[in-house]
Design a protein. Structure first.
Length: 120
């Protein structure tokens, strides 16, 4: 005999939560891929233009009002970290370490994107 008062979810609610969770995973993974694509294209363009793009982008980021600065750092964290390293660190060792970290971060984002699309 099955206890009718148990907290077992109905079979119809599981697929809905699964679809919503999958949609969130796909959306977050695509957002991450987009941010890292912008990061690396911007890095290549910035190097090709002599680094002035990095200085201008950092000036824009730090010139925002506090609320918008926090929002921008949250939305564009990898890019903001790269800009910080380029403009604030100064030491080639620190810039290289941050760049290596961004490469690993990119690899993790790509790995996550591949895993999300491999799931059924």
């Amino acid at each position: 005999m099955v206890d009718q008062g148990s907290s077992v979810s109905s079979p119809s609610s599981k697929p809905a939560r699964g679809r919503a969770g999958r949609a969130f995973d796909v959306g977050l993974s695509l957002y991450g891929a987009l941010i890292f694509t912008v990061l690396w294209i911007g890095f290549a363009v910035g190097l090709a233009t002599g680094g002035q793009l990095f200085v201008d982008a950092w000036a824009w980021l730090t010139g925002l009002e506090t609320f918008w600065t926090v929002v921008a750092w949250i939305l564009f964290l990898p890019i903001a970290v790269g800009l910080w390293a380029w403009n604030a660190a100064g030491s080639p060792i620190v810039i290289g370490a941050v760049l290596a970290g961004l490469v690993l971060w990119t690899a993790l984002a790509v790995s996550g994107l591949v895993k999300v699309f491999r799931r059924r």
